[in-house]
Design a protein around this ligand. Structure first.
Ligand code: CMP
Length: 134
C-alpha cells in the first residue's frame, strides 16, 4: 500500500465538485484515510510549493490557492501515487485525457482542481507537512 497527498483545490470546493472527485477516488479502490478542510496560508503554500517558488506563475498560484478552502486528504492504495496522477490527468486541462478529473472539469493550468504528490519522496514530505506540521 502506498500513501499520497491529495488536495481538492479552492475551485473544486467552490464549484461543488468534492463529491464527484471523491467518488472517482473511491471507485478506483483507494481509501481516504485522513481528511481536513482548511484555507491555506501563504506561509504554508510557500512550504508546500517550495520547488515552484521562482516560477513566473508562482504569485498567481499562491493567490488562488489561498483564496478559499481546500480539502486535503491522505489517499491510500496500491500504486496510489501514479494511479492518482492518472485519474487527475495532465496539469493543463486542455492536455488532460477527457475522462480524467482535470480533463472533465478543469479550467486552466492554475485552476486545475486537484493536486497529487508526484513521487514517494514528495508524498512523505507533503503528508508530514499537512498532517504533522500545520
Ligand atoms: P499542482 O499539481 O498543484 O502543482 C503545482 C501547480 O502549479 C500545478 O498543480 C498547477 O496548478 C500550477 N502550474 C504548473 N505549471 C503552471 C503553468 N505553466 N502556469 C500556471 N500554473 C502552473
Amino acid at each position: 500500500m502506498e500513501k499520497t497527498l491529495v488536495i481538492i483545490k479552492p475551485d473544486g470546493v467552490k464549484r461543488g465538485l468534492i463529491g464527484n472527485i471523491i467518488k472517482r477516488i473511491e471507485d478506483k479502490g483507494y481509501i481516504i484515510s485522513a481528511m481536513m478542510m482548511k484555507q491555506l496560508s501563504k506561509e504554508q503554500l510557500d512550504q508546500h510549493y517550495e520547488e515552484h517558488k521562482n516560477k513566473t506563475f508562482y504569485p498567481s498560484l499562491v493567490s488562488y490557492m489561498s483564496s478559499g478552502n481546500s480539502l486535503i486528504m491522505i489517499v491510500e492504495g496500491v500504486n496510489a501515487i501514479k494511479g492518482m496522477r492518472k485519474i487527475m490527468g495532465a496539469t493543463d486541462p486542455i492536455e488532460a485525457e477527457p475522462g480524467s478529473i482535470r480533463g472533465m472539469y478543469g479550467n486552466n493550468k492554475t485552476q486545475n482542481l486537484i493536486h497529487g504528490s508526484d513521487s514517494l519522496e514528495s508524498a512523505e514530505r507533503e503528508i508530514n507537512l499537512f498532517f504533522n506540521s500545520f
